[in-house]
Design a protein around this ligand. Structure first.
Ligand SMILES: [Mg+2]
Length: 181
């Protein structure tokens, strides 16, 4: 039997609405990040931005809203291979606590990896689904396949449902292909 395909699904910006959490903390419902520039848009240094989030403890992370497609996407990933949530914790230990609580509640799974260095999991045939272009590039540099998850801040013209369709196709055909609409 063929080896199971490995699929790694990022959490923030793919399954969990991190930006929504930031909007609530700073009371900025108008905030629409155009790049990876949330702190800059709020007029904060990165230290101020992450310091505020870290002081909120696990609750900031555990109370993030799941995107409407989160359960479908996670289900499609599991059907298409051996799937893991691959998420980078912040510098605060509270982040890991909040994230694991979130994953258990929203997706009812322990198939996750908390990894400051996602690319360590990259290898040929392993798929990463991530909203961060730098993570995708680093993954591909190590021989993996990356699908950039569409969000306003990365300029992808695709929709969340295109990613789910891509996973359904993968489960049917078994071949890793570039993500297209
Ligand atoms: Mg992300």
């Amino acid at each position: 039997m063929d080896e199971q395909r490995l699929i790694f699904v990022d959490c923030d910006g793919v399954l969990a609405d991190f930006v929504g959490g930031v909007r609530r903390v700073w009371h900025r419902s108008d905030l629409v990040p155009e790049q990876y520039d949330l702190a800059e848009q709020l007029g904060l240094t990165l230290e101020e931005f992450w310091g505020t989030i870290d002081r909120l403890g696990p609750a900031f992370w555990s109370q993030l809203e799941a995107y409407p497609w989160a359960v479908s996407l996670w289900g499609a990933a599991q059907n298409a291979g051996e799937a893991y949530i691959l998420t980078q914790p912040s510098l605060s230990p509270a982040c890991a606590a909040g994230k694991t609580e979130w994953i258990a509640r929203e997706l009812g799974t322990r198939k996750y990896l908390l990894a400051p260095h996602k690319a360590a999991c990259a290898r040929p045939g392993a798929l990463l689904i991530d909203d961060n272009e730098a993570n995708c590039r680093e993954w591909e540099a190590r021989g993996g396949t990356a699908w950039l998850f569409p969000q306003p801040w990365n300029g992808s013209a695709l929709q969340a449902w295109d990613v789910i369709n891509g996973l359904v196709k993968l489960s049917l055909k078994g071949e890793l292909e570039p993500l297209v609409a």
